[in-house]
Ligand binder design. Structure first.
Ligand SMILES: [Zn+2]
Length: 401
C-alpha cells in the first residue's frame, strides 16, 4: 500500500514538474553513466539518457573473465548491466575476442577461416554476426533521416545464397556526393522490390528533396521512381485528380554495351528531363556534371570485397538471406563503411598544415568518413568522429530507444 502511494506521488510530481533534477551536492561520479538510461518501462526516468537528469549510479561489477559494470536506478531500484541492449549482453566470451572476430568479418575474412584460426565454433560466430547486424540496423535507422542528396545512383548485384528458392539480388542505393548508402535491400529482381527500395529511400530523404537519379537499364526503376516522386494534380474543370511527376524530377538510364567482355559503348537514355538540366543541377550540387552510375558500381565492388559471403567463386556462401542481410548491415551501417572507413574523395584540406614527427611532410588533409563529411545530421557526425574503429556499435550499443 505504502509502495503504491509513493509510486503515484512520483508520477504526479513528474506530470507537473517534468523529470526531477539531481541536487548539486554529492560526491564526484566514479562510474561513467553517459548515454545510459533506466530500462524499466514503468520508471519515470525510462529512456532518459541525460546523465544530469536520470537517477543511475554504479552498483558493482560482475563477470568471470572481465569486469562488467552494473547499474542501479535510484528511483525504481531496478538493477541491470551496462551491456543491456548491446550485442555483448549475456555473452561470456571476453569482449576483446568478440571485437576481433567482428573486425575480421567486416574486413572480408571468410567465416570458416575464422573458425579455424580463432578456434571458435561457426555457429557462435554466426550468432555474434546476427547480433551485430541488428545493432547496425538500429544505428542506421537512428541516423539516416532527413538526408539531402544530390545524385542518387541505383544498382543491384547478384548474391549466391544456398537455401534461397529464387535468385537473390542486393539492391544498393548510393549518393555520388556524400558517398553514403541510404538503402540496402535483399530480394528478387522484381517490380515489388523496386517499389520497396525506392519507398525506403523516399522515407529517408528530407521533405521536398528530389535528387537527380541514374540507374542501369532495368525498367522497374522507372515505374518505382515516377510512382514516388510525383503528386496528385486536378486541372481546372476536371473532376478527377491525375498523378503528375514532379517538375524537378530528372532520371537517366546509363547502359553499357559490351562485346567479348569489353566495354564498347556507353549509352545515355534521358528518360525524364533534359540532359542540360541534369548537368546544371549536378554542377550546382558540387559534382562534375557527368551522368553515370560509376559510384554505385564502385560501391558494389567494395561490398563484394568486404562481405565474404558475396565474394565470387567462394565456398563460404550464405546459407540464408537473413544471414547475408545481417552481415551487410554490420559492415555497412555500424562497423566499417559509414562510421570508421575514411573516404579519400571526402577529405577536407586543413587551413593550416599540421606538423608531423621527423622528416614527414606536414599533414594537409583531414580524413573523414561518409557520415562525418558534410552530412546534415550533426549527431551522426559526432558519433562518427568519436567512434573508435570497431567498437562502433559495441560501445554505443544502447540503441533500443
Ligand atoms: Zn528507474
Amino acid at each position: 500500500m505504502n509502495l503504491v502511494r509513493r509510486r503515484s506521488l512520483r508520477v504526479v510530481t513528474c506530470l507537473f514538474h517534468g523529470p526531477r533534477r539531481k541536487a548539486k551536492e554529492g560526491g564526484k561520479k566514479a562510474v561513467c553513466i553517459r548515454q545510459q538510461f533506466c530500462s524499466n518501462p514503468d520508471c519515470d526516468y525510462y529512456l532518459i539518457t541525460d546523465d544530469k537528469i536520470h537517477a543511475l549510479m554504479g552498483y558493482g561489477t560482475h563477470g568471470k573473465y572481465e569486469d562488467v559494470q552494473d547499474l542501479i536506478c535510484q528511483a525504481c531500484r531496478k538493477k541491470f548491466t551496462i551491456r543491456k541492449h548491446t550485442l555483448l549482453y549475456r555473452l561470456k566470451t571476453h569482449s576483446k575476442i568478440v571485437r576481433l572476430a567482428l573486425h575480421f568479418l567486416a574486413t572480408g575474412v571468410d567465416i570458416s577461416a575464422l573458425e579455424e584460426v580463432m578456434a571458435i565454433r561457426e555457429s557462435t560466430l554466426r550468432t555474434w554476426l546476427v547480433r551485430s547486424g541488428v545493432q547496425g540496423r538500429k544505428l542506421r535507422e537512428r541516423f539516416f533521416t532527413g538526408l539531402e542528396l544530390v545524385h542518387v545512383q541505383l544498382d543491384e548485384l547478384w548474391a549466391n545464397v544456398k537455401q534461397a528458392e529464387q535468385a537473390v539480388w542486393v539492391w544498393v542505393v548510393c549518393d555520388a556526393k556524400l558517398k553514403v548508402v541510404p538503402v540496402v535491400q535483399l530480394g528478387s529482381r522484381t517490380q515489388e522490390m523496386a517499389y520497396s527500395v525506392v519507398h525506403e529511400l523516399k522515407s529517408k530523404l528530407k521533405v521536398g528533396c528530389v535528387p537527380v537519379f541514374s540507374t542501369d537499364g532495368l525498367a522497374h526503376y522507372f515505374y518505382a521512381l515516377t510512382a514516388h516522386f510525383g503528386e496528385w494534380v486536378r486541372a481546372e474543370g476536371e473532376k478527377k485528380s491525375v498523378w503528375m511527376v514532379l517538375p524537378n524530377f530528372l532520371y537517366t538510364q546509363v547502359i553499357k554495351h559490351q562485346r567479348k567482355y569489353r566495354l564498347v559503348e556507353v549509352e545515355e537514355r534521358h528518360i525524364w528531363g533534359l540532359p542540360e538540366e541534369n548537368r546544371r543541377l549536378l554542377k550546382a550540387g558540387g559534382l562534375s556534371g557527368n551522368i553515370n552510375t560509376s559510384f554505385v558500381e564502385w560501391i558494389n565492388l567494395t561490398i563484394r570485397q568486404s562481405v565474404s559471403k558475396l565474394t565470387r567463386r567462394t565456398w563460404g556462401r550464405a546459407q540464408y538471406t537473413s544471414e547475408l542481410s545481417e552481415h551487410m548491415y554490420w559492415w555497412l551501417a555500424a562497423s566499417r563503411y559509414h562510421f570508421s572507413r575514411c573516404h579519400e574523395s571526402l577529405r577536407i584540406r586543413m587551413e593550416k598544415p599540421m606538423d608531423r614527427k621527423g622528416k614527414q611532410r606536414p599533414k594537409e588533409y583531414r580524413e573523414v568518413t561518409p557520415c562525418s563529411g558534410g552530412w546534415t545530421n550533426k549527431s551522426a557526425a559526432v558519433v562518427s568522429d568519436g567512434i573508435d574503429q570497431l567498437s562502433a556499435s559495441i560501445s554505443s550499443g544502447r540503441l533500443s530507444m
